[in-house]
Design a protein around this ligand. Sequence first.
Ligand SMILES: *Cc1c(COP(=O)(O)O)cnc(C)c1O
Length: 421
Amino acid sequence: MTLADRDLQAIWHPYTQMKTAAPPIPIVKGEGLYLIDEKGKRYMDMVASWWVNIHGHSHPYIAEKVFEQLKTLEHVIFAGFTHPAAVELAERLLKILPSSQQKIFYSDNGSTAVEVALKMAFQYWNNRGAEKKKVLAFNNSYHGDTFGAMSVSARSAFTQPFEGLLFEVEYIDVPTKDNLEALKARVSAIGNQISSFIFEPLIQGAGGMLMYEPEPLDALIKMCRENDILIIADEVMTGFGRTGKLFASYYLTEQPDMMCFSKGLTGGTMPLGITSCDSKIYDQFLSDDKMKTLFHGHSFTANPVACAASLASMDLLLSEQTQDQIAMICRKHLKFAESIRNHEKLKDVRVRGTIIAMEWNTGNETSYFNNLRDELYNFFLADGIILRPLGNIIYLLPPYCVTEEELDFVYGKIKEALARF
Ligand SMILES: *Cc1c(COP(=O)(O)O)cnc(C)c1O
């Protein structure tokens, strides 16, 4: 039996209709931008393995640091105990996060980072004896797949089977110059019931790499603040250089109360989640009353090996070489976008930092289940390029180690696809 056959006997894959899906591609090695299958075929990982990988696969420096950590301390309970990697990572992160952020809470993935932020927000009000049970979120948002994270995500095919089980959320459109006044009116009308406002700053990833501008977001955040709404920036996808700055929140002047991280946090090496918060949040849980404790924790909270990977990833990220690479990718994406901007097959081309998205004109509604999606996916895959279109939207979100030549090759294939589909 092949590896793919054995896989199908034993495994249930994420976001996969197991009855009709093509067999999975068995990857046996990763090397920089490339994933290599059993037969030696090389694939360019242009989606950074679901947006997590920022320095390329099997990075030797991260591997070395992880190995050292594994030989020293693989794991320790994080209630009542601590360890050097968790402390150093928290200290170094707080130095590069917006200055409002004062405390680091560890968990192990993006959804849990969001759950923790929501629980902090709900309990913040509870600890103050206030009733605030709703959350404000954007249409087309995505914040994860656990129940709380799903609740604050847009209602969609993904959440339909769980309708009625998700808590109440007020949805608004992302802010623009034009709708800002209407949004403000809505926020002030419902503000007293709203505990927190959660958003993906500047780019709604799973929603289709939808992009919006920082200025109206700043105005909306300010309005939320005036209405006593806590601010949660979900930077699970946008963090660690994706938008061209270290964090998307650096495009804003208003700082969040809480921030969520995962994905690029460990360079894409292993699972780790972080929820950071300001002292306003943290202080509300300090009490002689034990009931005001944040009762949340995971078995693998602050796993030392994941923290070591994250520290190594931060060394690489802050290096001049990586910063130059990020600038190069931003520049090239913008230039390529200009070259196809008025293409008749495209409804839109958008760029923010290292992410470029192209929306095909399909005539009808954008749909995750669009046939075009599979055709495009297979077209690129045949040429050894991994793109995972979101319906009729294709996007590049490469590891920062991608070269100019590799980008040019992929841009060329996109132009071929434009001619063909
Ligand atoms: C991917 C993602 C999440 C969920 O992270 P997981 O690690 O997949 O649970 C949450 N928020 C945003 C913005 C994401 O892109």
